[in-house]
Design a protein around this ligand. Sequence first.
Ligand SMILES: [Zn+2]
Length: 211
Amino acid sequence: MPEPGKAAWFRKNIAGPEPEDRGRRSLSFVRALIEDNDYNRRYKLPGRFEAVKYVTIHNTAEPFSARQERDRVDSRRDNASVSFHFAVDEREAVQILPLDIHGWHAGDGAEGPGNTQSFGIEICRSQCRGPADWQYRRSEENAEILACALLRHFKLTAADLRMHQDWSGKYCPHRILEENRFESFRARIAERLAGKPDSEERKVLRGLAGK
Ligand SMILES: [Zn+2]
């Protein structure tokens, strides 16, 4: 998509040092579905899930926040079929598609199980490095909570987590791949899933249930 404001947007989003409230992390669940218009129905809301079997993890390869990623999907008009269910950053998990509609995020086409049977989670801020690295780390921690809640809600297991790469070979989630951490990411989620949901996950579960 054409992004004339990207450089300025990037600068605005680069974080300073980590804030002092580091220990007091709080994840909010926000439902901010993309607009239900003809264009979005054609290119971003392809149809009902065939089945819900997987949760697919992505990195955005951008520095942007979850709400900015949501707005970028909502506003693009380049005839590309691109959508996902959630964007998560250091503060919020933002739901952008209804939970019964599949997305275009896995790169495996209109018949592929990545697109037709998996939820897409975009972990934001993956180009936040150096002094802004904490934003990515915290986004990934929040993604663990979100992924765990989704698996729990849909009665799936940590074995049902996939990387975008598993479906189409794309180098995504690039930060997790660069650091060879997908199995440790999966193990942390499995550990969470084995226990009772904590207060942050309960917020997400309430959001998923529409309460
Ligand atoms: Zn991806």
